[in-house]
Design a protein around this ligand. Structure first.
Ligand SMILES: Cc1cc2nc3c(=O)[nH]c(=O)nc-3n(C[C@H](O)[C@H](O)[C@H](O)COP(=O)(O)OP(=O)(O)OC[C@H]3O[C@@H](n4cnc5c(N)ncnc54)[C@H](O)[C@@H]3O)c2cc1C
Length: 459
C-alpha cells in the first residue's frame, strides 16, 4: 500500500468511527470561547509564601490559632525539599537523650511514620559522633505520604491552599500587604495582615524590598535518585568504591552480607545523590538550569556505571523531579545567628525553638566541612532572626533565616525549619490578634502559644 492509499484508508476509518459514535459523545467538537485569564481579589489574615518544610508547619500553626490563613506554593504538592526534593529524612528532633523539637512538625513526621507502618530510630542512644553518627536520629519518612498528610492537616486547620502560584509584587499600603500573584490561568490580588516567607530563598522578602545575604560561592545542590539491578557476583568491589564514592557522595562499601541485586545500588544506602554546583531555586530560570544540570550529571553517571563489571543492567528506579537546593539567599534580620552562638548553644530572651545538627558545609570538589556540637550543647533560634531588619508585619521561616554561613549550614535542617515554621505561624497569628508587628509582641505570649500547640521553647 503506498502512502496516499494509507492516508485515504486512515481518513475513511476516522470518518467511519466518528460517524459510529453517538452524538452525545461527539460534543467535544463544539467551539468554546477562548479562555480568559481569571482575575480575583481575596483577603486573608496570614499569607504564607512557599508550602515546603517550614511553610506547611507555619500554615497549620496559624490556622489552628484561629486566623484566616492562605498558603501559595509554586509547585504541585506540599513538603518542598522533604517531598519534591526527596530529602525524606528529617532531622534532628532529639539531642543528648531527650526531645528538643516537638510540636506540629513532630506530629506530622510521627503520624507519617505510623501510617506507613515504619519505625522511629532509638533516640535513647546518644550519638558520639564516631560510632553512632548524628544522622541515625533522622527519621525516615515516606515522601508521597508526607505530602498527603501535610495537605490533610492544612485543610483540617482551615488553611486555603493555592498551588501553581507565585507573587510578582508585594507592597505595604495603608497598614496591610497587597500581594499580586500569577499562576496557571490566574492572576490574583491577595490582601493580608502578615506575610511569612517560607520560599527557602527569601524570595518574598526580596520582592517586599528587604536586604538579603548571599555568599559569592554557594553550596552545591543534589539531585536525588535510586538506581538498582546489579549482579553482585560480577562486581569489581575495589574499583567501584574508588571511582564512585566521590561522585555519589555515598558510602559505596558493598559486602556479601549487604548485597541485594534486586534492591538499590549501592545496597547499604537507600538513595543516590549527584552534586549540582551552585544550584539555585530562586527563579524559574535558575531552577530550570539546576534541574537540567542534575539530570545531565545523572545520565552521565548512569552511562559510565553501566560500563562496569556487574553493572551492565543498572537502571533508574526512582528520580526526584527537582534538584534539592542547600543554599541561596538569607534575610538580613533583626538578629543574625552566628557560628559562635550555634556551637556554644547561646540561649536568647526571645528564643523560640532549638536547632541541633553539626555545622555541615558542602563544598564542591572537597570534603564536607563538619563541626560536631560538644556534649549537652543544643543551639537556639531567636524570634528576631525570623524578622527582616526594619520590617513590619513580615516574618520568614526555614533555611532563609538570618544567620551567618556556618550557622546556616546547621540551622537549615528540617526539624529546625519546622520549629521556625511553628514559631513564625504563632507570631503571625498573635500579631493579627493584637494588631502589632511581630517585633513588638510580648515574646512570652509567642512562646506560650507555641507551647500550647506542643512546641518546645528553649528556656
Ligand atoms: C541534598 C540535601 C540534603 C539534605 N539533607 C538533610 C538531612 O539529611 N536532614 C535534614 O534534616 N535536612 C537536610 N537537608 C536540609 C533541608 O532539607 C532543607 O534545608 C529544608 O528542607 C529547607 O526547608 P524550607 O522550608 O526552608 O524550604 P523548602 O522545603 O525548600 O520549601 C520551599 C517551598 O517554597 C516553594 N517556593 C519557592 N519559591 C516560591 C515562589 N516564588 N512562590 C511560591 N512558592 C515558592 C517551593 O516550591 C517549596 O515548596 C538537606 C538539603 C539538601 C538540599
Amino acid at each position: 500500500m503506498d502512502k496516499m492509499e494509507r492516508r485515504l484508508l486512515l481518513k475513511s476509518l476516522g470518518a467511519f468511527s466518528l460517524g459510529a459514535v453517538s452524538s452525545a459523545l461527539s460534543k467535544g467538537e463544539d467551539l468554546a470561547a477562548p479562555y480568559k485569564l481569571k482575575k480575583s481579589k481575596l483577603e486573608t489574615d496570614v499569607l504564607i509564601v512557599g508550602g515546603g518544610t517550614a511553610g506547611v508547619i507555619a500554615a497549620i500553626q496559624a490556622g489552628r490559632a484561629g486566623v484566616r490563613t492562605t498558603i501559595i506554593e509554586s509547585g504541585s504538592q506540599l513538603g518542598g525539599t522533604t517531598t519534591t526534593g526527596g530529602v525524606v529524612f528529617p532531622g534532628i528532633f532529639h539531642a543528648w537523650g531527650k526531645q528538643i523539637i516537638a510540636g506540629i512538625g513532630w506530629e506530622l513526621v510521627h503520624d507519617c511514620v505510623q501510617l506507613d507502618g515504619g519505625e522511629l530510630p532509638n533516640f535513647s542512644i546518644i550519638p558520639n559522633n564516631t560510632t553512632v553518627r548524628h544522622w541515625r536520629h533522622q527519621v525516615s519518612v515516606n515522601g508521597p505520604l508526607y505530602a498527603l498528610l501535610a495537605e490533610e492537616k492544612c485543610t483540617d486547620a482551615g488553611v486555603s491552599i493555592r498551588y501553581y502560584e507565585t507573587p510578582i509584587e508585594i507592597n505595604f499600603t495603608d497598614g496591610r500587604w497587597v500581594v499580586k500573584t500569577i499562576g496557571k490561568g490566574i492572576e490574583a490580588e491577595i490582601i493580608c495582615k502578615q506575610i511569612i516567607d517560607c520560599t527557602g530563598n527569601a524570595y518574598a522578602a526580596s520582592l517586599a524590598g528587604y536586604d538579603l545575604l548571599r555568599e559569592a560561592d554557594t553550596q552545591p545542590g543534589s539531585l536525588i535518585f535510586r538506581i538498582g539491578g546489579y549482579d553482585y557476583e560480577s562486581l569489581d568491589l575495589d574499583k567501584i568504591p574508588e571511582k564512585y564514592h566521590g561522585k555519589l557522595r555515598q558510602n559505596m562499601i558493598i559486602s556479601e552480607k549487604s548485597a541485594n541485586p534486586d534492591g538499590t545500588f549501592p545496597p547499604n544506602v537507600p538513595y543516590g545523590y549527584v552534586y549540582v554546583p551552585s544550584a539555585d531555586s530562586t527563579t524559574a530560570e535558575s531552577h530550570t538550569l539546576a534541574n537540567m544540570q542534575g539530570r545531565t550529571n545523572l545520565l552521565e553517571l548512569l552511562r559510565e556505571l553501566r560500563t562496569y563489571p556487574g553493572c551492565g543492567k543498572i537502571r533508574i528506579l526512582d528520580l526526584k523531579t527537582e534538584t534539592a537546593v542547600r543554599e541561596t539567599y538569607r534575610i538580613d534580620g533583626e538578629y543574625k545567628v552566628t557560628h559562635g552562638d550555634y556551637v556554644e548553644g547561646r540561649v536568647f530572651d526571645d528564643s523560640i525553638s532549638h536547632s541541633f545538627y553539626p555545622i555541615d558545609l558542602h563544598r564542591e570538589g572537597k570534603s564536607i566541612y563538619q563541626e560536631f556540637l560538644k556534649e549537652d550543647v543544643v543551639a537556639c533560634i531567636p524570634l528576631r532572626a525570623l524578622i527582616p531588619k526594619g520590617s513590619s508585619n513580615f516574618l520568614v521561616a526555614g533555611r532563609c533565616v538570618s544567620s551567618d554561613r556556618l550557622a546556616n549550614s546547621a540551622l537549615r535542617v528540617q526539624a529546625s525549619c519546622m520549629g521556625m515554621g511553628q514559631a513564625a505561624g504563632a507570631a503571625a497569628a498573635l500579631a493579627c490578634m493584637k494588631q502589632k508587628t511581630p517585633l513588638k509582641l510580648p515574646v512570652k505570649e509567642v512562646q506560650l502559644l507555641i507551647e500550647e500547640h506542643g512546641g518546645i521553647v528553649p528556656r
